[in-house]
Ligand binder design. Structure first.
Ligand code: BG6
Length: 491
């Protein structure tokens, strides 16, 4: 089975921060893959821009090196690479000075009618400066879009300011706020599963679902991001955006269509229905953790504080929490969320546990009846498993077994699984906002997260330490086990 490729119209993608880490690791490889899939129409250009002085050819060399480093050798095609390089251009610009902007304007004005996307692959402190320069140099056309990434603020107030700053220059429909989790294949499959099957939706509520678990586990540590991460922590870095977006897709009401506003309206309602976590209940409903030295699959690893090189810090590298949604569909159904760095393995999944059967007709010899679970695996080994009870095959008495109906996508479909950025970068060109966060969503997420941060502060809730290479602090296990449930750590 193969996927259908529909080319997008020609575009000019300007990547500010074009020589940075995001461009090198994600954006350039994603654009290359889309070109190779036949999704570009000609003439399409990619324009790198940053402060460094560089010629077009030097940028082509930079991009070639980036692709060689981040793609598999089998994915690199000589002709394809030459074609990709031919569409690359470079202009040196400074967000704080006028130098270079005229050159960029001259280049872009060669094709005034073409779709024009500005990707701000730079820190949020520069969003305002770049937006203003783009406006002041008259680079905004009818077909212009701007793409920004998290962190969109570090609390509600700074998020409001940032959104205002960009909003002064661009209209909301021109602003694409990326949450790369929404571009992941299985995340979109969650929508297909829920809304293209008659099977699940009637059961998708408090009457039939016992609880939901969301886990985003990472095996990496701080990497080289101490400056950002130590000021952010896991709640801001992962929960405020990625995990709340996942929660919204699980919990939202069926939108009337895939229209961006219809989908985002429903997600917003979920965010607004989250019950507040405050100083009164924060200790019971949240756990903060920080890793100490331990082991990864590749051997011993340092603790967080050692990685900070002697720093003192109470920043959480792990968080587990119990969220509740105050509406009719989800009354009394807890959503347990956990995420952390330096955990046992890299694994993200959504687990929906259904309620047990109301009465068993089988005798004890048949064994225990386990609850049905739907496991949606985001990474690695993307796929969906529906766990069911069946009879152990063969003669003899009735013995029951819990087995998965397994649909591992890599086996089921012979297509390369695209990186999240591939879809999202081209959705910008298609002008499709469905998988992007609207301003009010980002702000509603902060409205729920801010009181948790405040409550941690007020109650002085400290990080529990956990050994690198484990599932986090024991208190996170207690958080769910107190309710008579356990974290799903199986297949
Ligand atoms: C980013 C976070 O948004 O997502 C990182 O800032 C994290 O800390 C990353 O490592 C995880 O993304 P993925 O796609 O590797 O799960």
């Amino acid at each position: 089975m193969s996927s259908q490729i529909i080319p997008v119209e020609p575009f000019d993608y300007v990547v500010f921060g074009g020589t940075g880490d995001l461009a090198e690791r994600k954006l350039l490889p994603a654009l290359y893959h889309r070109q190779m899939a036949g999704q570009f129409s000609e003439p399409t250009r990619i324009i790198g821009a940053s402060r460094t002085e560089m010629t077009h050819d030097e940028y082509r060399k930079f991009a070639t090196d980036a692709l060689k480093e981040h793609l598999k050798p089998s994915e690199l095609d000589k002709e394809g690479l030459e074609k990709f390089c031919a569409r690359l251009f470079y202009v040196a610009v400074d967000a704080k000075a006028d130098k270079g902007w005229d050159k960029l304007k001259a280049l872009l004005d060669e094709a005034k009618e073409r779709v024009r996307a500005f990707y701000l692959a730079v820190g949020p402190a520069l969003f305002g400066d770049f937006s203003e320069k783009i406006r002041d140099h008259k680079l905004i056309t009818k077909q212009t879009r701007i793409v920004v990434e998290k962190p969109i603020g570090r609390d509600l107030e700074s998020a409001l300011q940032l959104n205002d700053t960009i909003g002064k220059v661009f209209k909301e429909e021109q602003i694409f706020r990326i949450d790369h989790y929404l571009g992941k294949e299985t995340v979109q499959n969650l929508m297909a599963l829920r809304f293209a099957n008659a099977l699940y939706e009637p059961l998708w509520n408090a009457e039939h679902i016992d609880h939901v678990q969301l886990t985003v586990a990472e095996s990496v540590g701080l990497e080289s991001r101490a400056g950002y991460y130590d000021k952010a922590g896991a709640l801001r870095d992962m929960v405020q955006n990625h995990m709340l977006q996942l929660l919204c897709l699980v919990a939202m009401e069926p939108p009337s269509s895939m229209d961006p506003e219809a989908v985002r309206d429903e997600k917003l309602k979920v965010l607004r229905s989250l019950k507040p976590i405050t100083a009164a209940n924060v200790e019971k409903t949240t756990v903060r953790g920080q890793y100490k030295a331990g082991a990864s699959a590749n051997g011993p690893v340092k603790g967080y504080l050692e990685e900070l090189e002697g720093g003192v810090s109470d920043t959480e590298t792990f968080v587990a929490l119990k969220a509740e949604i105050g509406n009719w569909r989800w009354a009394g159904v807890p959503f347990y969320l956990r995420t952390g760095k330096r955990l046992v393995t890299r694994m993200s999944e959504i687990v929906i546990t259904f309620k047990p059967v109301p009465h068993s007709i089988f005798d004890e010899a048949a064994g225990r009846i386990s609850a049905n679970q739907l496991v949606i695996r985001l990474q690695p080994d993307e796929g969906v498993k529906q766990w069911l009870m069946i009879k152990d095959p063969g003669p003899g008495g009735m013995r029951l077994r819990h087995v998965p109906l397994d649909m591992t996508f890599a086996q089921a479909f012979e297509v390369r699984n695209p990186d999240a950025y591939e879809r999202l970068l081209l959705d910008v060109i298609r002008n499709n906002q469905t998988l992007f966060m609207r301003r009010d969503e980002v702000e509603a997420a902060w409205r729920w997260v801010d009181p948790i941060l405040k409550a941690w502060d007020e109650t002085g809730q400290k990080c529990q330490s956990y050994t690198a290479g484990t599932w986090g602090p024991s208190q996170a296990i207690a958080l769910i086990e107190r309710d008579g449930r356990t974290w799903h750590e199986g297949e």
